[in-house]
Design a protein around this ligand. Structure first.
Ligand SMILES: NC(=O)c1ccc[n+]([C@@H]2O[C@H](COP(=O)([O-])OP(=O)(O)OC[C@H]3O[C@@H](n4cnc5c(N)ncnc54)[C@H](O)[C@@H]3O)[C@@H](O)[C@H]2O)c1
Length: 682
């Protein structure tokens, strides 16, 4: 067991960032102390949180009872002795290194030795604070993004002496509070700001050089990157002085390329607050602006990889999750084409006499590989990781091809492996848009090919020479849940959620769900889950045998590795009795009644509200899909798993070629209720 077991959090500095970080921690259900210099400042920070939560209630993001719970997790104080039993402290005080050092000295005195101490600094190195910390192996950087209660991205930064255990615990703590962590070296600006600040600055330079007016630069930048705000509007929103400070800091450390453009310096000297965004757009200037901004982005993103500051994947995740760009720098680079991107980056670098990074020099014409699925060696175990958090790691053909490749590599190591997702989800299903596009263009064969590929891959996941484990730390839905039940074991964090929502969208689980699920938890429970789409939390999933273990975040990795070194499971026998007393009525009901009996009202719920709810949910599903599931259960029950799985492939066309499939899938994309065909008795 790790010495860092993070259950209680504290945030120092109740300003813009600190209050938001504390709010997020409390919202995710963890106790958090918010500390500032005096009670008045603490109260101001608490009021920022209360106001935001009240707005959330108005906008129906939160229910009043939820807000009460969140606030109950928070405690504001200026008494540092209350930090004695805290497990992770996040410092978010003024960006002044002396103030920060004094805070870390004070924390070293007030906190236990195994409390992880983190800084949210934007412009200093983490190592700048080492001398102020006792046991600096627990010092870490956790760099959040505004607004930290909403923006999921966090950069996790170790200094040279940070222990791997402290780093792993800090990382897990961020998953526990619903963040999407990325790895960063202890380098100037860390990952995202290093390319985002020059991106903004390039807009300023274009303006200063008179290439175009401000409105044109805004327009072109938005169009080229597919973003909602251009550099000037963004500066207005975050505060122009912050941009000036960020460019200055990077410029001082890294040289003229990063230093603020003269137009920004001049603007700050006027004392005005906001750039005026008014003006006529000159569309003829698009190419020159887009090329300059892309060139700068490609240059810096590549430089970050060359310097070992971040991986290609994390740089792209940073842009998608932290900046909400629809594509990361490397995706954009590949879309633009390597040759052209190289010359754009060369042009950006040449102005400041810089060399273009090796990764760009060596890039092959088909593009820089982006590992949507990656493989890493963690000792006795290999980890296969899904790296598409902005899309909740949804499965598509590219993911399958890469997954296939990594599975082969993982097997070649002769070690067990663990599957895990990055961000909020393990895997939240298949790519719905692909299904809808395929159906609309009459290309069902593309769907059949995709499902066939997935089935083939999933069939290799369990029962092999070495065990496989799914590490669930968030959502595992649809294809993601089917992937998990294909592995030998499932280990979940307390906030994991599993579900099979296919019948809500007019189809059935076609990646083994109709056959593996009943063999894992018994037919009655499998029917309950597939017919109602009911999501299960980790504890309930454990109680019915759907998963094998629940572990707190700080123990999640270790528990997965433990299960991975067990024997792999060859075949599962469907349980024939209910393993969980509280669920007996559900078991009996679904064991006894058919879909038609339930939906026609013949089945007796005996006044049980859970069953009544289940029936209501079923009535909202696609009847056609429910009947297909039922038939697959019945027919598959008497077959060996291999043969039973073939039934799914056989019936897939029947599901997808029915009107309910296009209706259900389209409704999901459009965010509306589906209008399914009703059974005759309805
Ligand atoms: N604002 C952003 O967008 C952003 C983004 C990422 C990181 N950061 C970093 O987060 C940190 C905080 O930034 P902010 O924008 O929240 O600043 P802020 O000025 O809004 O808040 C700072 C808070 O720290 C408190 N404080 C100052 N000295 C203290 C001390 N010795 N002990 C306890 N509290 C103290 C202040 O009273 C104030 O409430 C900075 O390091 C900043 O670089 C900011």
């Amino acid at each position: 067991m790790s010495q860092y077991n993070i259950k209680k959090y504290a945030v120092i500095g109740a300003g813009n960032m600190g209050s938001g970080i504390a709010q997020k921690i409390a919202t995710e259900g963890h106790p958090c102390i918010l500390v500032d210099l005096d009670d008045e400042k603490v109260e101001r920070g608490m009021n920022i949180i209360k106001d935001l939560l009240a707005q959330g209630v108005e906008r129906k993001v939160f229910r009043p009872q939820q807000v009460e719970k969140i606030l109950a997790n928070l405690h504001g104080t200026s008494d540092w002795s209350e930090l004695a039993d805290v497990d992770l402290v996040i410092e978010a005080v003024f960006e002044n290194v002396d103030v920060k050092r004094s805070v870390f000295e004070r924390l070293s005195k007030n906190c236990k030795e195994t409390a992880i101490l983190a800084t949210n600094t934007s412009s200093f190195y983490v190592r700048d604070l080492v001398s102020a910390v006792s046991h600096p192996e627990r010092l870490i950087g956790l760099h959040y993004f505004f607004h930290p209660a909403k923006n999921r991205l966090v950069e996790v930064i170790g200094h040279e002496g940070t222990s791997p255990e402290a780093y792993a615990a800090a990382w897990a703590s961020q998953e526990a509070i619903g963040k999407t962590p990325i790895w960063s070296a202890d380098a100037p600006g860390f990952v995202v700001n290093r390319y985002f600040v020059p991106w903004v600055n390039e807009g300023v330079r274009l303006l200063g050089e008179g290439v175009a007016n401000l409105a044109t630069i805004e327009w072109a930048a938005k169009k080229a990157f597919g973003v909602g705000m251009g550099p000037f509007e963004l500066m207005n929103v975050t505060g122009v002085p912050i941009s000036m400070h960020a460019a200055n800091t990077l410029g001082e450390t890294l040289g003229a390329f990063y230093a603020p453009g003269q137009a920004l310096i001049d603007f700050c000297a006027t004392g005005e607050k906001n750039w005026s965004l008014e003006g006529e757009v000159d569309e003829s200037k698009y190419d020159v602006i887009a090329d300059r901004m892309l060139g700068v982005t490609f240059y810096v993103a590549s430089k970050l990889v060359d310097e070992g500051v971040a991986s290609v994947e994390d740089i792209d995740i940073g842009a998608r999750v932290g900046l909400r760009w629809p594509a990361g720098p490397f995706e954009l680079l590949n879309q633009t084409g390597v040759e052209r991107s190289r010359s754009l980056a060369e042009a950006a670098a040449a102005t400041y006499d810089l060399e273009i990074p090796e990764i760009l020099v060596k890039a092959e014409n088909h593009g820089i590989p982006i590992e949507l699925v990656s493989l890493s060696d963690v000792g006795d175990v290999e980890e296969v990781r899904f790296n598409r958090p902005a899309a909740m790691n949804a499965l598509d053909k590219t993911m399958f091809i890469q997954f296939d490749g990594k599975l082969q590599l993982a097997r070649a190591t002769g070690k067990p492996f663990v599957l895990r997702g990055t961000g909020k989800a393990f895997v939240a299903g298949a790519d719905i848009k692909f299904f809808v596009d395929s159906l609309n263009s009459d290309s069902y064969p593309a769907i059949a090919e995709f499902a066939g590929y997935g089935q083939k891959l999933f069939a290799t996941l369990g029962g092999g020479e070495h065990a496989t484990v799914s590490r669930l730390h968030g959502l595992a839905l649809g294809g993601g849940a089917e992937m998990a039940i294909s592995t030998d074991y499932i280990v979940a964090s307390p906030n994991a959620v599993l579900g099979f929502p296919e019948t809500s969208i007019g189809i059935f689980p076609g990646l083994g769900g109709t056959q593996r699920l009943p063999r894992r938890i018994g037919y009655p429970f499998a029917k309950y889950l597939l017919y109602t789409g009911q999501m299960l939390d980790a504890r309930t999933a454990l109680s019915i045998g759907l998963i094998d273990a629940v572990a707190d975040f700080s123990e999640l990795d270790a528990t997965c590795y433990e299960w991975a070194t067990k024997k792999s499971i060859v075949g599962r026998e469907a349980p024939t009795s209910c393993s969980h007393e509280k669920m007996q009525a559900v078991w009996d009901f679904f064991e006894q009644y058919s879909v038609d009996e339930i939906l026609s009202g013949e089945a007796d719920c005996m006044g049980n509200p859970n069953l009544e709810k289940a029936v209501k949910r079923m009535s909202q599903k696609s009847y056609h899909a429910l009947k297909l599931c039922e038939a697959l259960f019945v027919e598959g029950a008497h077959l060996e798993l291999d043969r039973a799985l073939e039934l799914e492939s056989r019936d897939l066309a029947t599901a997808f070629n029915h009107a309910d499939a296009l209706e259900g899938l389209s409704a999901l994309l459009e965010g509306r209720r589906p209008n399914f065909q009703q059974p005759a008795f309805a």
